[in-house]
Design a protein around this ligand. Structure first.
Ligand code: DGL
Length: 271
């Protein structure tokens, strides 16, 4: 039986999920958060479904041992490849994933005959999980998806508004040109960092870009409210990070993704 004072567990393949943690902290500042980044095994976006499922199961077991009241899958690749594995391991702990949230948000505007664009890692785009989630909600839509694998290393390198990034985006976003895309789903943890460059290079308005980090934070608040699990504190909740590799690089990059500095403990054993 969960109680309001337990933490929210958020996990990702590495550092990118801090964009989701940032949105959750902004909306639910009193909530204690336990963040897990699998920095030893990142990136997940180029790995097979079986491998991502195995990693996701291990992390979910770890989070259950931390006694979290909710699990948020911040990683699009895990949401695409391993949602049911996480749900199974989570038992009675509710699980939110960025793909269900992102798909709902992309269709919330009720654009007539909507054309939805998706960008994500190779694994996310090839899994067609976003496409399925969108079509489950509405069938009279068109979808164009493009894998953008180079954007993750560019974000981690800090090349946000950089000529190489602009040129890379020009090439990736070419498939959306002249297609009257209504909404573009930023289907990867790292892409919110590129929002303004994507708008500029792709010619999108702000409300056309769907940032699942903000949406999933709102879903988390709704679910916790419904279940009477909102933390009662008006003080900022603890933010605890666990990583699977040496924490130095994680701590160096964290500020760019979280907007705050962090300390991180190393997970020695998953089991
Ligand atoms: N966190 C991953 C995602 O959102 C991106 C990084 C990776 O490939 O592991 O898909």
């Amino acid at each position: 039986m969960s109680t309001a004072k337990q933490a929210i567990g958020i996990f990702d393949s590495g550092i990118g999920g801090l964009t989701v943690a940032k949105a959750v902290r902004a909306l639910l500042p009193g909530e204690p958060i336990i963040y897990v980044g699998d920095t030893a095994r990142v990136p997940y976006g180029i790995k097979s479904e079986e491998t991502v499922q195995r990693y996701a199961a291990e992390i979910t077991k770890f989070l259950r041992r931390q006694d979290v009241k909710m699990i948020i899958i911040a990683c699009n690749t895990v949401s695409a490849a391993a949602l049911s594995v996480v749900q199974e391991q989570a038992g009675s702990v509710p699980v939110l994933d960025v793909i269900s949230s992102g798909a709902e948000a992309a269709l919330a505007h009720n654009d007539p005959a909507a054309h939805i664009g998706i960008i994500g890692t190779l694994a996310t785009v090839h899994s067609k999980a976003y496409q399925r989630a969108l079509l489950n909600l509405r069938q009279d839509i068109s979808i164009t998806a493009e894998a953008c694998p180079l954007l993750v290393p560019l974000a981690e390198e800090g090349w946000i508004d950089h000529p190489v990034t602009r040129q890379t985006l020009r090439i990736y976003l070419e498939s959306f040109r002249n297609k009257s895309i209504d909404r573009l789903i930023l289907g990867c943890t790292h892409y919110p960092l590129f929002k303004s460059v994507i708008r500029e290079v792709g010619g999108f308005q702000e409300d056309q870009l769907i940032d699942s980090a903000e949406v999933i934070a709102r879903h988390a608040r709704r679910l916790l409210t419904e279940r009477n699990l909102l933390h009662p504190s008006d003080q900022p909740g603890d933010f605890t990070c666990y990583v699977s590799d040496r924490p130095q690089r994680f701590m160096e990059l964290a500020e760019r993704f979280l907007g705050d500095s962090v300390e991180a403990d190393v997970i020695r054993e998953w089991e």
